[in-house]
Ligand binder design. Structure first.
Ligand code: ADP
Length: 487
């Protein structure tokens, strides 16, 4: 099958979160199954391309004030996948991908509309696919355009669109005036299309227009159809339930494997775990803490956002400081939570350490050097860090939601079964009690070893997920009008 991925980030060229990991790993897994896969991403300031060549010198993108002209760079074939970069420096040669700590860039609608139009036009020259696989609101205009302005384009007569929701919390909401600015028809501004409480909602439009929808875990696919997790789109999603399926993200074990990881102080595996103690000392040193402690280390690598359960951590942080544990956190995000961790590190310098930065090397060091990993998310579409933690023998403490619920089995000391610690109620007390039971279990060294092993033996390979996606592509090719039994 000829498949084109369009996404706003992709490892190793750009990353703010799990989307980049998925777009970096799923295409090679599909290529390995014999499919012809092409990936389009914007060229940001952070994007490093080896020997870029111009694939298309100029693509005209109409806006109502004036035309914009972008180009497409050939990033060559990597791991069996062809990469192209949409280059338009006024929009993408910026400090960050979507905005600064002060807020989103004011012209995000224009930026990603230009990207979507450029991808459609570029594929008409470089090869129209059987399947467009689009991701999150930034590429939502592709299914919308295919069903509207481009619906009579012969280049796309056989093309179907699969749309993956990586996080329903980000919908691409803009004032109605963006429609004429982007030269989109006004009749899209209706309740059954893009209109959402007086605004334009790109994600809503894609949910309606895509031939098939996926999200990144089975549980999240169910949750987003409920009022609690649906962010107001639960009704729209329920209307598409026959064409909505959850496929759990895999892990790129060429990058996240303690046996081969080059970023950590010592390699180790389930058979010989001795290197993990070296990694722990190295981590403690890296964060300016005494390296020879007997206390368990609880790691956090996260966007500092409400979604990730930081309000719960905030609520119990001072009580956590009285427990026998050390907390090491890495992340950036909301000012409130950055300040919280700065305060904790100052007030309890032997118990809390933090680095406010985005640093992949440190993320690896935390996965390897910590004993426990904390993800108390309010909602979590898939979650990758808990999967990395399992592989690194770092026992996850998670809230039972979305992908966290699908992937972590609560540990039962009586049977020795399970892979981590899980709580359901979204409260600080539930979080603290769960941390305390993990600390209690940690004292039994032998049982703890078994618990680590249980996790290290788990495998979430992309080849399994890729096969599931191929089934979805096949179904999408049959067209959305056929009633489809969810896979
Ligand atoms: P989300 O996409 O919602 O942020 P995921 O758990 O799906 O959450 O993916 C987060 C990804 O981003 C992981 O690969 C994680 O290691 C990485 N990450 C998050 N924050 C940082 C950081 N401060 N430094 C390095 N990597 C980070």
């Amino acid at each position: 099958m000829r498949i084109v991925f369009a996404a706003s980030e992709c490892v190793p060229y750009s990353k703010t979160g799990g989307l980049a990991d998925v777009v970096g790993a799923l295409p090679p897994a599909l290529a390995f199954l014999g499919h012809k896969v092409t990936v389009y991403v914007p060229r940001y300031r952070m994007t490093r391309i080896e020997n870029p060549e111009t694939a298309i010198a100029s693509i005209t993108v109409p806006f109502d004030d004036r035309y914009r002209f972008c180009s497409v760079l050939d990033g060559h074939v990597q791991n069996g996948v062809q990469f192209y970069f949409v280059d338009y420096p006024p929009y993408f040669d910026r400090e960050a991908l979507y905005g600064t700590p002060l807020g989103d860039y004011h012209d995000n609608a224009e930026r990603f509309a230009l990207f979507c139009r450029a991808v459609l036009e570029a594929t008409k020259i470089l090869g129209a696919p059987e399947i467009f696989h689009c991701h999150d609101w930034q590429t939502a205009l592709i299914p919308i355009l295919l069903k509207t302005l481009y619906d009579e384009d012969p280049a796309f007569a056989q093309t179907r669109c699969v749309f993956t929701i990586h996080n329903l919390g980000y919908q691409g909401l803009f004032p109605p005036e963006v429609l004429p600015l982007l030269m989109l028809p006004w009749d899209l501004f209706s309740m059954d299309k893009l209109e959402f409480y007086g605004k334009v909602n790109f994600l809503k439009g894609a949910i309606d227009a895509a031939d098939y929808l996926t999200t990144v875990s089975r549980k999240y696919a169910q949750e987003i159809q409920t009022t609690e997790y649906g962010f107001g789109l639960e009704g729209v999603l329920r209307a598409r339930t026959a064409n909505l399926v959850g496929i759990l993200n895999g892990v790129d074990y060429t990058e996240w494997n303690p046996a081969t990881d080059k970023m950590i102080a010592a390699n180790y595996s389930a058979d010989d775990i001795s290197g993990k103690a070296v990694c722990k000392r190295d981590l403690l040193k890296e964060f300016g803490l005494a390296p020879d402690t007997q206390l368990p280390v609880l790691g956090i690598v996260s966007r500092f956002a409400g979604q990730k359960g930081f309000d719960l951590i905030q609520y119990v942080a001072d009580r956590m400081a009285t427990e026998d544990l050390i907390v090491i956190a890495l992340g950036t995000g909301d000012r409130e939570y950055e300040d919280l961790f700065r305060r904790l590190a100052k007030q309890y310098p032997q118990k809390f350490a933090v680095k406010i930065e985005f640093n992949n090397r440190l993320a690896h060091k935390i996965e390897a050097g910590a004993d426990l990993f904390l993800m108390p998310s309010k909602y979590e579409p898939a979650g990758l860090n808990q999967l990395y933690s399992l592989k690194y023998g770092t026992v996850p403490i998670v809230r039972a939601t979305g992908g966290l619920d699908d992937t972590i089995e609560h540990y039962d000391p009586a049977t020795g079964k399970g892979t981590g610690f899980k709580f359901r109620e979204y409260s600080g007390e539930a979080l603290l009690t769960t941390i305390q039971s993990a600390l209690l279990a940690y004292r039994d060294t032998q049982k703890w070893r078994r618990l680590m092993h249980n996790g290290m033996e788990q495998g979430y390979s992309w080849s399994v997920a890729a096969r599931e996606y191929v089934k979805v592509y096949e179904r999408a090719k049959q067209g959305r009008l056929t009633p489809i039994v969810p896979v």
